[in-house]
Each structure stands twice: as structure tokens, then as C-alpha cells.
Design a protein around this ligand. Structure first.
Ligand SMILES: *Cc1c(COP(=O)(O)O)cnc(C)c1O
Length: 391
């Protein structure tokens, strides 16, 4: 038994809900859900203390020391990304946006709507950015003020080289903004050595809270210089920060239940051993998933070296007996929710490795997938491999 399988949590199906093998919202523990059965006033001293504790702990997950501050943003993860981009990038800024999936494209769209200039380096969804080309852009375009990238591009599950990109941003003296939404808490992230100015994440991915709170971990000196940059009232991180320092309050109604559940989720994250423990369990989940799916004849999109242990994209089998809607519904009926593909390069579907799931749940999901293949007339595990022709 490995350390990660020892800490394998109980099946969440004890609540009777299907397990969410998705990129979020995820299956959460019963204790995280139970934290929400109280009502809290936003000015309640206990709530304020819980919120303070949540914010104080988050920067540490990314090795942010005293000169780092975590600014919360009500809403889903994209609210935090939009707050980060539109607060850190001034009206006359220009962002080099590294795109290899839908979330990179979304960031570009946010910047365009906000009237910020962009330069794009785009690679296919199964390909990390070309660092030589990134450097060439930085060297040839002095008007670039910031570099933006995605840590794990959840569209495919690819791991992007955020440390190497950070080194280039530092070499050319650019601000560096990172969307670590689907990786935060599971993959190593060091805001100091990676030269990061701000990194956005949310309550409902690898920390295993419920959805409703985004946050941005900011280098204090960089955040101080953002006053007046924001082009919306609500998404102004500088205002949110100044107001919270002064009053300990959110400017607008906070998602109180979400924050109290997030506090419980952070306790459970620490108890599991932080990034090492959580990441270890997810890597174990991912390994089991890849082995089992390959044995059933499925083919992952990414080579192992590029695969983050967050979510795995599989090619859609070409066998005409494989009907994805039937596959999806039959798995759901067995208690497992998977995720359709979002790729432009290939017809695909995705299975997540994150949330309150461990070895037992991954093996149960694989057994269910084998059954569903049988149901679709694609024979047992042994022969399905031959029956499944992949792209
Ligand atoms: C989940 C996710 C987001 C935020 O998505 P929301 O639906 O707004 O929570 C942003 N970036 C990445 C890479 C993500 O995985």
C-alpha cells in the first residue's frame, strides 16, 4: 500500500450522489458539506475569523511568504481570472497570452473585452508553448508588459512549463500572471522561484471545497501598483484588498457558507499532507485510470510526460458500436459522471482524477466502464482492446 492509497477517503457515494469524475465542481467530503448547515452573518466575528484564516493559509500553499497577499473574489474561477487580468494589466498594458486550450482563449477574450492589447502565442491542445518562440516574442516586442499562462490547461489536461515561462518573464522584466485553477493544491507551485506576480485559483478544484469563491495570490508590491487599473467595480482586486485590510469585510455579500466549507476543506487538505499528499493521491488515481483505460483499449491524447494528474483526455473510439451519449448515461446510472471533450484537434471525452476520490473509486469506475462496453456489444475487457479502434 502506498501512502496515497492509505489516505484514500471513503466513497462519496455514501451520500447517494454519483461521483463527479469531472474538472469541477467535484465530489467533496461529507464533512465539507456538513460545514454548511449553519447560517453566518457576514459581520459575525466567527465568520470574519474563519475568512481571515482561509486567506492567511492560501498563499502558503504556493510558498508565498509575508510579502504575498491573497485577495478573494466572489464567484467562480473565471471571476478571479478576470479580476486578476483587469486589475494587474493597466489600460496601456499589453499581454503575451500563451494559448493551448479553451481557458487560454477565454483569457484572451477577457482582455479584448476590457480593451487590453494582446499578443498571442498559440500551440495545439496537445502541445506546450514553444519557449524559443516565447523568448523571441519577448525580445522583439518591448511593448509587452505581462505574460499570461495556464498551469494545467484543463481542456486537455496538459501541464504547461510555468517555471520556465516565469524565468523568461523575469529575464525580460515582464509581469507574470498565472491561471492555476485546476492545479492549485495538487501540483508544485512556488510563486517566489517562478517569478509570479499573481496566480488565480478557486475553492472547488484541488482544495476540494464547494464552488463560489475565487482568489488571487498577489505579490504585495505588484498589487500596490495596480490602483486605478480595474475597469469594473466588482472585479477590482486592489479595492477588494484595501477594503479587506481596513475592515476585514468583503465589499459585497460574501458566499459565507462556501467560505466556511472552504475552511474545512483546507483543514482536510492539511491533514492529507498538503500539496505532496493531495498531489500524491491524484497521481495514484491518474496512474490507475490510465492503466485501466489502456487495458480496455482506450487511447489517451497526451504522452505521459505532458499529462498532469488532474484530468485525462481519451480519444473517442471509432468503433460504430461506441455511442458516447449511451456511454455517458450508462456510466451515470452506475454512479459515475464523466465529462465530454472540449478539444478542437480530436473527438474526445475526459475523465477527472481529482476530488474526494481514491483508488477504490477509480477501480469501481473502471469496472463500470468495462460493463458499459459489454452492454454496447464491445465484448469484455480483453477483446475490447481489439474492438476499439482509436483515432
Ligand atoms: C475551472 C477552470 C477555470 C474557471 O472555470 P469556472 O467555470 O469559472 O470556475 C479557469 N481556468 C482553468 C484552467 C480551469 O480549469
Amino acid at each position: 500500500m502506498t501512502a496515497s492509497s492509505r489516505s484514500c477517503p471513503p466513497a462519496a457515494s455514501e451520500t447517494g450522489d454519483p461521483l463527479l469524475l469531472t474538472p469541477g465542481p467535484l465530489t467533496t467530503s461529507r464533512t465539507v458539506k456538513a460545514a454548511m448547515v449553519h447560517d453566518w452573518g457576514s459581520r459575525d466575528a466567527n465568520f470574519i475569523e474563519i475568512n481571515r484564516s482561509v486567506l492567511a493559509r492560501l498563499a502558503g500553499v504556493a510558498n508565498g511568504a509575508d510579502d504575498w497577499v491573497t485577495v478573494p473574489m466572489q464567484g467562480s474561477g473565471t471571476f478571479a481570472v478576470e479580476a486578476m487580468l483587469t486589475t494587474f494589466v493597466p489600460a496601456n498594458g499589453e499581454v503575451l497570452v500563451l494559448i493551448n486550450g479553451a481557458y487560454g482563449k477565454r483569457a484572451k477574450r477577457i482582455l479584448e473585452i476590457a480593451g487590453r492589447k494582446t499578443v498571442v502565442h498559440e500551440t495545439p491542445e496537445d502541445t506546450p508553448p514553444d519557449l524559443a518562440q516565447v523568448e523571441a516574442l519577448l525580445a522583439s516586442k518591448p511593448s509587452i508588459t505581462h505574460v499570461f499562462t495556464i498551469h494545467c490547461e484543463t481542456t486537455s489536461g496538459i501541464l504547461n512549463p510555468i517555471a520556465q515561462i516565469g524565468a523568461l518573464a523575469a529575464k525580460y522584466n515582464k509581469g507574470y500572471l498565472v491561471d492555476s485553477m485546476s492545479a492549485f493544491g495538487a501540483l508544485p507551485l512556488d510563486v517566489q522561484t517562478m517569478h509570479i506576480d499573481a496566480v488565480a485559483a478557486s475553492s472547488n478544484k484541488c482544495i476540494e471545497g464547494v464552488p463560489g469563491l475565487g482568489f488571487v495570490i498577489c505579490r504585495r508590491e505588484a498589487l500596490k501598483r495596480t490602483q486605478g487599473n480595474a475597469t469594473t467595480l466588482v472585479l477590482d482586486l486592489h479595492e477588494q484588498w484595501v477594503n479587506m485590510e481596513k475592515t476585514s469585510q468583503y465589499r459585497f455579500t460574501p458566499p459565507t457558507h462556501v467560505i466556511v466549507a472552504f475552511h474545512q476543506a483546507l483543514n482536510e487538505f492539511d491533514a492529507e499532507g498538503g500539496v505532496a499528499g493531495r498531489g500524491g493521491r491524484y497521481r495514484h488515481n491518474c496512474r490507475i485510470l490510465l492503466e485501466g483505460m489502456r487495458a480496455l483499449g482506450f487511447k489517451p491524447l497526451l504522452p505521459d510526460a505532458l499529462q498532469a494528474p488532474i484530468i485525462v483526455t481519451f480519444h473517442m473510439p471509432e468503433d460504430p458500436r461506441f455511442v458516447f451519449s449511451q456511454f455517458y448515461e450508462s456510466l451515470k446510472a452506475r454512479g459515475f459522471v464523466i465529462y465530454p471533450g472540449k478539444l478542437t484537434v480530436a473527438d474526445s471525452f475526459r475523465i477527472g482524477c481529482i476530488g474526494r476520490i481514491g483508488e477504490k473509486e477509480m477501480r469501481a469506475a473502471l469496472a463500470a466502464i468495462g460493463e458499459v462496453l459489454d452492454e454496447m456489444g464491445m465484448a469484455g475487457a480483453g477483446t475490447a482492446g481489439q474492438a476499439l479502434k482509436t483515432a
